[in-house]
Design a protein around this ligand. Sequence first.
Ligand code: B1M
Length: 215
Amino acid sequence: LPLEERLKRRIIDGEKNGLEADLDEALAARPALEIVNEVLLDGMKVVGELFGSGQMQLPFVLQSAEVMKTAVAYLEPHMEKTDEAGKGTIVLATVRGDVHDIGKNLVDIILSNNGYNVVNLGIKQPVSAILEAAQEHNADVIGMSGLLVKSTVIMKENLEELNARGLAADYPVILGGAALTRAYVEQDLHEIYQGEVRYARDAFEGLRLMDALIG
Ligand code: B1M
């Protein structure tokens, strides 16, 4: 198979053997981020389709996710970084009940590499933990990720909690994850949240939003 197909297959098949050699070969030809965005994420997309249609069982999805994480970790030192630092702080978390973190961690990498201080709380974070961290770290923005349909409801509840605590004006919120739609965030949630709430389709839109909200 050609290199890109091989890399995609490694994600789909959850096959780590030979991964690093293939990544080295890819790195010789193109930037690390492009490999993630244009090759590896394609593989994860296929995994999602196979899982969604019942052709792939959960343990295999987990293996694919592991290979994806290994690949991103291997590529990360090769990604471009700006010299800027201290542009602002974001507290980032996957919401309560949700374990998906590959997308959130990509957002962390992109923002960190572009001068933001990222406080990454991890997965399954209740709103209380998110707010505590936001106050402790004097966050400029709160970022929430979630991939389950259930998580879109939890994000709404979290925004209501920020309203109730009178914190909405202090914290613009960026939301991302596959189950969200732009309309849900920018219309429905925009209507209920008393602060700024924005939708990021991907990590780069997350970065643009940070620049717009803080800059
Ligand atoms: Co899960 N899973 N999963 N899963 N899984 C989905 C989300 C699903 C759509 C698959 C499917 O059915 N086709 C489906 C959800 C259905 C629904 O809610 N309607 C699903 C399900 C059902 C489940 C379980 C319930 C399965 C089960 O147990 N029966 C279970 C849930 C457990 C839980 O959370 N409580 C489960 C478990 C898992 C694994 C553990 C096996 C594994 C996760 C491993 C991990 O993350 N460490 C997994 C995986 C890998 C997936 C799919 C296949 C791939 C997700 C992924 O990593 N994509 C996924 C299919 C899909 O998404 N279509 C699926 C790559 C990643 C880079 O994309 O996270 O979307 P994503 O991030 C993007 C953007 O969304 C955006 O930027 C990123 C790209 O630049 N973004 C942000 C994300 N967060 C952002 C935050 C921002 C800004 C941008 O600012 C704050």
